[in-house]
Design a protein around this ligand. Structure first.
Ligand code: ADP
Length: 496
């Protein structure tokens, strides 16, 4: 049955989001920020989003007034229920399947940091559940669009395709938040997915002899979005496509980039309870109190030299190896560095060693700390994001909003959201940060030297901060783009 249906442009749309994380319930990265903020931004546009999440303990604990809306006694190896409920303003469906999700900690990894061996089943179970909701199995709920996020939800369009004969078919959108994570599993998983044999084919889920979740999603989704226009271009090239560029070029007309926004209520320096002192673009000198608070929290001496920060997963994607290697030279250029992050153990060690060499100038806080991340943005002078690739990046957006000048590599969403302080942009008063193209130690050092030179011109620096704080980093524009995309997908077909 075709998914296109009647309805005017202003009719309210029902969208089922499907994701593995959602802020503030469960977050390991930017995906959660997006799934947490987009529903609220879409509501005023007549788009009602309900999000289907796995029943991770933190999600179960946050669910208010849950009602059981479906029961599946044998769901990927155990009993499952679908619960409908709310958490604050968010409408949720939760797949409560304790044998798959009742595990504390990271939603993808065991306590030793290894992928859960049943991740294939865990996220197929989520996607299949979404397909059943998409078909209209829940009384009184028939989503117009199913919006799947990343590989964890990427099998939704495949289940709808292979098992949907004779059923209603919602439109599908797949958003790629990071092509580095593709959900690729050994073929012995196949028999447990509940899909017909013919689906294990190049034109289906087969991917280099394995089962490819993201590959299947790219194949079958009606629309594929990624989180910035530049990343949307990069992933269609061999250099940026991570093996999927040919598939993405094949789906060329279905691919687009919609830049992420941020939740400007959670991230508002004028009201942020996690700051020592609140401020806005007209009261920038008040930031100084946050710098002092941050220094004291991190054990750095109070000092007026530029304090650069990083809030990041510690991985080579994020260019952390470059920072670790350049650390002595960075300190030599006159900056101090505060790092909040965790990830690759060797990189954690390299940064810690740097902090031991420069205890007065480098502080490294290994761990995940949402509260400290706000003070880092409110108290540092600049945030460094030297990513090798970056689908969108959120920390540079928080930096803009907080007057913490972003110093970023010119890739993906970093290229799209920061205006480099070249002469013309500075003269025109539109510069918001520093960008560099050569993602290397030298490129990074050069960008930091430019940053220090700007910092030493207080009037120019303040103009950078203010222009950044005035940049449009909210969800409004991007939510309107998602709403327009949804409406295009469900638009009634022109008569032949
Ligand atoms: P990615 O999703 O690739 O990790 P993004 O920049 O898109 O990168 O999003 C990262 C999100 O996670 C941001 O909200 C950032 O503030 C947050 N974050 C990353 N590391 C930490 C940390 N150690 N403590 C607190 N927040 C963190």
């Amino acid at each position: 049955m075709p998914h296109r249906r009647k309805g005017g442009a202003d009719r309210s749309l029902a969208v089922l989001g499907v994701a593995s994380e959602l802020y503030p319930l469960l977050k390991t990265g930017g995906l959660a920020d997006v799934t947490g903020a987009l529903p609220g931004a879409l509501a005023p546009l007549g788009v009602q989003v309900r999000t289907l999440l796995p029943g991770h303990p933190s999600v179960m604990a946050a669910l208010h007034d849950p009602q059981t809306v479906a029961e599946w006694p044998a769901w990927f190896g155990g009993p499952a229920r679908l619960l409908a409920g709310r958490s604050s303003a968010l409408e949720l469906l939760v797949l409560d399947a304790p044998h798959l999700y009742a595990r504390h900690g990271n939603p993808y990894l065991d306590s030793a940091g290894r992928d859960w061996t049943d991740n294939g089943e865990r996220f197929a179970a989520l996607a299949f559940a979404a397909a059943r909701v998409g078909w209209g199995e829940l009384a009184g709920y028939a989503p117009d669009v199913v919006h799947a996020h990343d590989w964890q939800a990427a099998l939704v369009p495949a289940y709808l395709h292979y098992l949907g004969a004779g059923k209603r078919r919602p439109a599908t959108v797949l958003t790629l938040h990071n092509l580095a994570f593709q959900g690729q599993f050994k073929a012995d998983l196949w028999s447990r997915l509940g899909l017909p044999a013919e689906a294990f084919a190049m034109q289906g889920l087969e991917y280099h002899g394995d089962v490819g979740y993201l590959k299947a999603g790219i194949h079958f989704a009606d629309a594929i979005t990624t989180v910035s226009p530049t990343y949307a271009r990069e992933i269609r090239t061999p250099a940026g496509g991570m093996g999927l560029d040919a598939m993405l070029r094949w789906r060329d007309s279905a691919v687009s980039g919609i830049v992420n926004g941020i939740d400007t209520e959670v991230w508002n320096p004028l009201t942020d309870p996690l700051l020592a002192e609140r401020y806005d673009a007209t009261t920038l000198p008040r930031r100084q109190a946050n710098k002092r608070a941050l220094e004291s929290r991190l054990g750095l001496p109070a000092d007026d030299s530029p304090l650069l920060c990083m809030v990041s997963r510690l991985t080579t994607q994020k260019g952390i190896d470059l920072v670790a290697q350049a650390l002595d030279a960075l300190v030599g250029s006159g900056v101090r560095l505060a790092v909040l992050g965790n990830g690759d153990l060797a990189l954690e060690d390299a940064l810690r060693a740097g902090a031991q060499r420069h205890p007065q100038r480098v502080a490294v806080h290994i761990g995940y700390d949402e509260g400290l991340s706000h003070l880092m943005q409110g108290g540092s002078d600049a945030i460094v994001v030297p990513s090798r690739f970056e689908p969108c990046g959120l920390t540079q957006l928080y930096g803009l909003r907080y007057g913490c000048v972003p110093v970023v590599s010119r890739v993906g969403g970093l290229a799209d959201t920061v205006i480099d302080a070249n002469d013309a942009a500075v003269k025109a008063g539109v510069a918001t940060g520093v960008q560099f193209s050569d993602v290397s130690i030298e490129g990074l050092l050069d960008a930091v030297r430019r940053t220090v030179a700007l910092y030493r011109q207080p009037a120019a620096w303040q103009r950078l901060q203010i222009a950044g704080m005035r940049a449009d980093v909210g969800w409004q524009t991007s939510a309107a783009e998602y709403a327009a995309l949804y409406r295009r997908l469900v638009r009634p077909q022109e008569p032949a």
